[in-house]
Design a protein around this ligand. Structure first.
Ligand SMILES: [Zn+2]
Length: 252
């Protein structure tokens, strides 16, 4: 086909592609959308726990000054939460742009070469196990009802009404990061003998929870994910504590 007909950037796109959340038709929140911000949230919480635990353990290894430890913890929390939100926003926006341009290309192909697109849809359905006759009938009905949606879901694996939201992912990861980060930032302020043990214990329990949650979201067996997550986080705490201790002994 003439590829010049397919716009590189779909500037003028019909508004029906991204459904408005206040539309009554969008009452059922799509699984993909929910999974997306849940995934962002679990990732954010995990990052908050590990990075701020590392920072406060490192500083606590260097000094017993509670004010210094508190400032380090708060600074790490704020910087990490903002960086997390910005990172999620950028990455999900990029993904969304890619999805939109795929949909625009599909829409253009449906307009310019409907016969080829129909044959393609029928073939996809046959590959999924339908007989040629049934595939033809299903393709005909799907094309009549909403051709773009059928092609988006079956061919691209995208739901045009449920494109990922960059803001939902950014806010979920930021809020989750703050919650995760608060745990080590608070436990490290406990009285001196217990604070390391309590912080390490609390972080291990929290990492077990986020490891379990991320495994469940990915339909993976949770056991290994929990162990991996705890091991990684413990290494981060141990290494920053050792670095802090060495630096503290050298400088002070
Ligand atoms: Zn197609």
């Amino acid at each position: 086909m003439d590829t010049s007909a397919v716009g590189q950037h779909a500037e003028a796109e019909p508004p029906e592609v991204s459904g408005h959340p206040d539309e009554p038709a969008a009452h059922e929140e799509g699984l993909s959308g929910r999974l997306n911000w849940l995934r962002a949230g679990v990732l954010g919480a995990n990052d908050g726990i590990v990075s701020v635990a590392g920072v406060v353990m490192g500083v606590a290894g260097a000094t017993t000054d509670r004010t210094a430890i508190l400032i380090a913890g708060v600074a790490a929390l704020v910087a990490g939460a903002l960086s997390m939100a910005a990172g999620e926003y950028v990455s999900v926006s990029t993904q969304r742009d890619a999805e939109k341009s795929l949909l625009a290309k599909e829409r253009e192909e449906l307009r310019t070469m409907p016969a080829e697109e129909f044959a393609e849809l029928q073939e996809i359905l046959q590959h999924r196990g339908l007989s040629p006759d049934l595939a033809h009938e299903v393709a005909a009905q799907l094309t009549e009802t909403n051709a773009l949606r059928a092609h988006a879901v079956l061919e691209l694996g995208l739901d045009p009404d449920e494109l990922t939201s960059p803001w939902a992912a950014a806010i979920a990861s930021m809020v989750a990061f703050i919650f995760g980060a608060s745990l080590p930032a608070l436990t490290i302020l406990l009285p001196d003998p217990e604070r390391f043990a309590v912080t390490v214990g609390a972080v291990i329990v929290a990492l077990a929870i986020t490891g379990w949650a991320s495994a469940r979201l990915g339909y993976a067996p949770p056991g290994r994910a929990v162990i991996r997550n705890i091991t990684g986080g413990s290494f981060a705490m141990l290494i920053t504590y050792l670095v802090g201790s060495v630096l503290g002994a050298q400088v002070l």
